[in-house]
Design a protein around this ligand. Structure first.
Ligand code: ATP
Ligand code: MG
Length: 329
């Protein structure tokens, strides 16, 4: 059974979004609704089009077809305007200002919410100083919220991998979004960090922020999400609650390549879906950003891209099966 209905008030309404790259249709006629207060999951095998779909929602790509509405308004396909409208995101391959402090990274995330312009910043008048003090206060509060306050003065590059992911979330929250898009927030985390990330997502939702999350960790997805949509080869094949998704043979086939020999019982399907490999084992501090940076599907059109965490080590065994389609500008 597939459903796109939501009882909550629609916040994000995606209709018929298609993204073609030459002959490849990466996202094919996808509808999705996210309501106020919802946590919605987006799953699918590697290369299914999940990140491309996020890029279509956030203005990094202009969809070939379809519309994306947020709070009943069609979104302009420009990342900063999408952020301004109220949608923030994190990236599959972590993008932090590696040589800036943790606090500074969060302050960067606030720029769409501060009115002080460049001239004001240069003059550093009372208005600017007031705004800056307020921004620092809000940024510190977010670091408290995400458990990073003690590391406010550390360079982002020196954070362990799990904390870099949390910092990306703190930076996204700094833009005061109504909807947060998370692209594989637990990739590379150990089990404890993953459980803590679940708590953080619930806490974010409790602040009134809706969440759309891509993950390969099925336990994480099904613990958190009100509904989950499954993308396969660009198409949404099913959407629904845990039972609906886990019991759908098309989902099992998509992950395992063929139906199971013996027809799965209701209780057997979850094991099959849960057997999807995680994208990367928990890496250590030195290799983690590199592992993340080699994952596919993300253009680096944003201003912070040039200063993102260390470039990928293509020989890293954790990532050698990943394809990289990054387009440095
Ligand atoms: N800029 C691009 N140009 C050409 N092809 C692209 C581009 N971005 C993505 N693709 C292709 O679109 C398809 C979907 O990729 P995408 O990164 O969205 O998948 P994904 O579901 O996020 O996979 P993963 O789980 O591995 O992150 C892939 O075949 C990918 O190679
Ligand atoms: Mg992806």
């Amino acid at each position: 059974m597939s459903t796109t209905t939501t009882t909550a008030q629609p916040l994000l309404e995606v209709r018929g979004v298609t993204m073609r790259f030459g002959g490849l249709t990466a996202v094919n006629n996808v509808d999705l609704t996210v309501g106020t207060g919802e946590i919605i999951g987006l799953i699918g095998p590697n290369g299914a089009g999940k990140t491309t779909f996020f890029n279509c929602l956030t203005g990094l790509y202009v969809p070939t077809e379809g519309t994306v509405k947020y709070r009943d308004r069609v979104l302009p396909p420009k990342p900063h305007l999408v952020t301004q409208a109220g949608i923030a995101r994190t990236f599959q391959n972590i993008r932090l200002f590696a040589n800036m402090t943790v606090l500074e990274n969060v302050l960067v995330g606030r720029h769409t919410r501060t009115k002080e312009g460049l001239l004001s910043a240069l003059i550093r008048g009372p208005g600017y100083q007031r705004a800056e003090a307020e921004s620092r206060e809000k940024a510190m509060a977010l670091l408290e919220f995400t458990g990073l306050a003690a590391k406010a003065d550390h360079l982002a590059r020196n954070l362990p991998y799990g904390e870099q992911r949390k910092l990306e979330i703190a930076r996204a929250l700094a833009s005061e979004p109504g909807l947060l898009l998370l692209d594989e927030p637990t990739a590379g985390m150990n089990p404890q960090e993953t459980r803590a990330a679940e708590e953080l997502v619930f806490a974010i939702r409790d602040r009134g922020i809706a969440i759309l999350v891509i993950e390969h960790d099925m336990r994480f997805i099904f613990n958190l999400c009100d509904r989950t949509a499954v993308l396969v080869q660009g198409q949404k094949i099913v959407e629904g609650d845990r039972e609906t998704v886990q019991g759908d043979e098309r989902v099992i086939t998509a992950y395992l390549g063929a139906p199971l020999e013996s027809a799965p019982e209701a209780g057997a399907a979850p094991a099959a879906v849960a057997s999807v490999p995680a994208p990367a084992p928990a890496p250590d501090e030195a290799t983690a950003p590199a592992a993340a940076a080699s994952q596919a599907g993300e253009p680096t059109a944003e201003p912070d891209a040039a200063q993102a965490a260390e470039p990928a080590d293509e020989s890293d065994p954790a990532t050698e099966n990943e394809q990289s389609t990054e387009t440095e500008e």
